[in-house]
Design a protein around this ligand. Structure first.
Ligand code: 1CP
Length: 335
């Protein structure tokens, strides 16, 4: 069994496990080289051989305990018929959402379009040692909807007018997304993934009165499905602050990833019956070594008596020096 599963499922607190969100891609020179030769990001995600190679890059370099498949949460809207483009230094851009077309999607076509992702999982599993987990992931319904309906006004604000104008359709869209995400999760498990993480990266933008319907319930439904499939699962409801507690009470995932705004001591005292993962601000990897170790120590100490998976409070930043990542891993393993 992988160390990730030993902590997540067996709640073995003396077993340590470490991996990083966004460890594949973004900052490694060996990734940047492949990326520079492959301008179309979606096509790169659909190249099973290259995507498997990228998935394994951080494992080869750092011997991390788990691999996360190189793909993207926006592969779901892609497979549901929206055009997805990544504009350099600007982020993703999706073609205009069409409700009728969206509701008309069929399951077989959806799976077919994502088949290269499943193939990549198969190939990766064959090349990954058995003591390491292969993590599959999906974007939570709300976070996907933010991109699909182009709800963001700028980096961290929601266009509330757009939200209210679309309010009557939102639940319908979320429900349909849940159906397709279930298929995507099941296909990834069949291909060989043995842990699932759900990224609700924009949960923090949801107005208070909608948090239950747009975040807690959709995540809970996906976790229910993971449990039915007996697949260990982790949620990441980024930015919801103290609502992490209510999220945890309702969703009941095996693991919960802290974001960097959550105080680790608060988390330890308030998040019960769940394995805690992550929390460390990825920006500390850009600071001095001393500050990085100090930051890491805070999390290691806070969780030393309970099961804990070392990870970050959001993804590794593109400007991270790989040597820093190595030092952080060494520090953690020698602690
Ligand atoms: O231009 C490039 O080189 C593409 C950069 C890149 C990479 C390497 C994007 C574009 N996606 C990815 C891979 C990716 N995305 C992984 C692979 C495995 C890993 O490295 O861990 C994963 C797990 C994701 C997940 C993802 N994509 C999330 C959730 C996690 C998070 O960081 O909050 C989100 C929100 C996305 C959307 C996305 N993909 C890429 C960009 C630039 C964005 C937008 C982010 C934003 O709006 O700020």
């Amino acid at each position: 069994m992988s160390t990730l599963k030993k902590v997540l499922v067996d709640k073995n607190k003396s077993c340590k496990s470490i991996w990083f969100m966004r460890q594949a891609g973004r900052y490694l020179p060996e990734f940047k080289k492949i990326r520079s030769e492959n301008q179309n990001f979606i096509k790169l995600c659909l190249d099973s051989k290259l995507s498997s190679e990228i998935t394994l890059q951080p494992i080869k370099r750092f011997n991390l305990d788990s691999a996360i498949i190189f793909s993207d949460i926006l592969m779901t809207p892609y497979a549901l018929g929206q055009e997805v483009k990544f504009i350099k230094n600007q982020g993703p851009e999706l073609s205009k959402f069409n409700l009728e077309k969206f509701l008309d999607n069929n399951e077989r076509r959806f799976s077919e379009k994502l088949n290269p992702v499943y193939k990549s999982i198969e190939v990766t599993r064959k090349n990954l040692s058995r003591d390491k987990s292969l993590i599959a992931f999906v974007g939570a319904p709300w976070t996907l909807l933010v991109y699909m309906l182009n709800f963001k006004k700028n980096k961290n604000d929601l266009d509330l007018n757009k939200l209210y104008k679309n309010n009557i359709h939102i639940k319908k869209i979320l429900d349909k997304l849940i159906k397709f995400l279930y298929i995507h999760i099941k296909n990834q498990i069949s291909a060989g993934a043995d842990v699932v993480q759900i990224f609700d990266s924009w949960a923090g933008l949801i107005p208070h009165k909608n948090i239950k319907d747009y975040c807690f319930i959709p995540n809970a439904k996906l976790i229910e499905l993971c449990k039915k499939e007996k697949i260990p699962n982790i949620c990441f409801p980024k930015g919801i602050k103290k609502k992490y507690q209510e999220f945890n009470r309702i969703v009941k995932s095996d693991g919960i990833n802290l974001d960097y705004e959550i105080d680790p001591t608060w988390a330890k005292n308030n998040l019960k019956n769940v394995v805690i993962q992550g929390g460390l601000d990825p920006k500390v990897l850009l600071k001095s070594e001393k500050e990085m170790f100090k930051g890491a120590t805070k999390y290691i100490e806070a969780f030393k008596d309970i099961p804990y998976i070392f990870n970050l409070g959001h993804g590794l930043l593109p400007e991270t020096d790989p040597d820093r990542v190595r030092k952080l891993i060494e520090f953690y393993r020698n602690y």
